[in-house]
Write a protein that binds this ligand. Structure first.
Ligand code: SF4
Length: 436
């Protein structure tokens, strides 16, 4: 039997797909590309915006067209909260939410054995007791960086966000299982691991005496060798002194923190239920950048949250211009039924969201180029990620700078030290000069 996957949305969804692939392989299935004919198609859906919903539906339809006789399963976040909407798609066989997603192989085998083609829905509620399974990887995935899901769920209920409804309460992977997964990924050859979760900074919330800082300390104490760890994201209120101490003192911890801001207006932050203000955020970033030279601070910012006035938006613009950020991801607010913000008025129209988004994207470009200029003549440790042409390679520094390299020797997967030239251009070196 051939199985094909398509994944939408966040890194957690991507990691979960890799886990599912392993389970299908263990049961004797052959993985094929989503564009090929398969017997089973799994679409790991996302529902954070209306665009994700639209893409999820369109991929389901594409799979149905590819092989109308195949079993088509929509799994994940959209299946969890919008099962009724998906059930209207003719030809879709299974709708499996996040609680049951990890049992998808069994569900498919039972469905095949039953011989019916009627659509079945598995979208029960997620409970705090739903534990996180340890992943067992046997093969290197398509990415050079390995992603480890350490946590699931969120209970923050930011007023615009559907995620607490799709992912349920906070559940953390047992520390011993995280360590085992790291060992496993390192033995598969990964040299950089990204600890990821739906709300990564709440790791340990459900395990007495554990938090993200303690987990990082434990990893660096127990697992030796040349590798580096990156945190996918951390909320402003969870950046602890321990975390900063680790970032300052532990060479294996990447100088990169992604700390979502969302708005520069205190009124909007309050309406978003974000529980910090612009002063808190600005001071925190300024303190971090003083303590950790050249750290890459990246952020998320939302435009067009309901009631966001021009003056609120300008406060985001001004704050971003002052912040020591390297890059920002700009999101346009998308109304999600069931969230508090969906009931707020006035909503901002699409054209205005687009205008605000474009302005912030321009600021993002300017910020990125300022950060890179500030790195002139700095030596950076780069993990070479891929070959891009004859003697050409691409890699990523610990502080998230993408670098092009030239080498006559094969250097994919190796750490190399380079010196950035003017405006961030790397000083290309012949293979023998590449400092390994
Ligand atoms: S912290 Fe807020 S934005 Fe992030 S997943 Fe939780 S509710 Fe959504």
């Amino acid at each position: 039997m051939k199985v094909a996957f398509h994944t939408l949305g966040c890194k957690v969804n991507q990691v979960e797909t890799e886990q599912l692939k392993e389970e299908f392989i263990a049961r004797g299935y052959e993985l094929v590309d989503f564009t090929r004919e398969a017997d089973v198609y799994i679409i790991n859906t996302c529902t954070v915006t209306h665009t994700s919903d639209r893409k999820s539906r369109s991929l389901i339809r594409r799979a149905i067209r590819s092989n109308p006789l195949a079993i088509i399963a929509a799994v994940g976040c959209m299946a969890q909260v919008n099962a009724d909407q998906l059930a209207g798609i003719e030809g879709l066989n299974l709708i499996v939410g996040n609680r049951d997603k990890e049992h998808i192989v069994d569900i498919i085998e039972e469905y095949l054995a039953a011989g019916s083609h009627a659509c079945r829905i598995f979208a029960g509620p997620l409970a705090a007791s739903t534990s996180l399974k340890i992943a067992a990887y046997t093969r290197h995935h398509q990415r050079t960086r390995g992603f480890i899901k350490i946590q699931d769920g969120c209970e923050n209920f930011c007023s615009y966000c559907i995620v607490p409804f799709t992912r349920g309460p906070v559940r953390s992977k047992k520390p011993a299982d995280v360590l085992l997964e790291i060992d496993q990924m390192l033995s598969l050859g990964y040299k950089e691991l990204v600890l990821t979760g739906i709300h990564t900074g709440l790791y340990g919330y459900d395990i007495p005496d554990w938090d993200i800082g303690k987990l990082l300390q434990e990893i660096f104490t127990r697992i030796k060798g040349r590798y580096r760890l990156r945190l996918s994201s951390i909320e402003p209120l969870e950046v602890s002194e321990t975390l900063i101490e680790i970032a300052v003192s532990e060479p294996g911890f990447c100088r990169h923190l992604h700390i979502p801001l969302q708005s520069g207006s205190d009124d909007i932050l309050r309406a978003m239920n974000r529980r910090y203000d612009r002063y808190y955020y600005k001071k925190m970033l300024s303190d971090i950048s003083k303590q950790i030279p050249d750290i890459a601070l990246t952020t998320d910012i939302m435009v067009g949250f309901p009631t966001e006035s021009e003056s609120d938006f300008m406060q985001s613009v001004e704050l971003l211009q002052e912040l020591p950020v390297y890059d920002l991801h700009v999101f346009k607010y998308s109304l999600r039924r069931g969230t508090d913000a969906a009931l707020l008025s006035p909503q901002v129209n699409e054209a205005e969201k687009q205008r605000r988004s474009q302005l912030l994207i321009n600021i993002a470009r300017q910020k990125k180029s300022e950060f890179i200029k500030g790195l002139d003549n700095r030596e950076l440790e780069v993990l070479v990620e891929k070959k891009t042409g004859p003697d050409r390679y691409q890699g990523l520094s610990d502080n998230y700078v993408q670098v092009e390299l030239k080498s006559r020797q094969e250097i994919t997967g190796e750490f190399v030290n380079i010196v950035l030239g003017v405006n961030g251009t790397p000083i290309y070196k012949a293979a023998s000069d590449v400092n390994r």
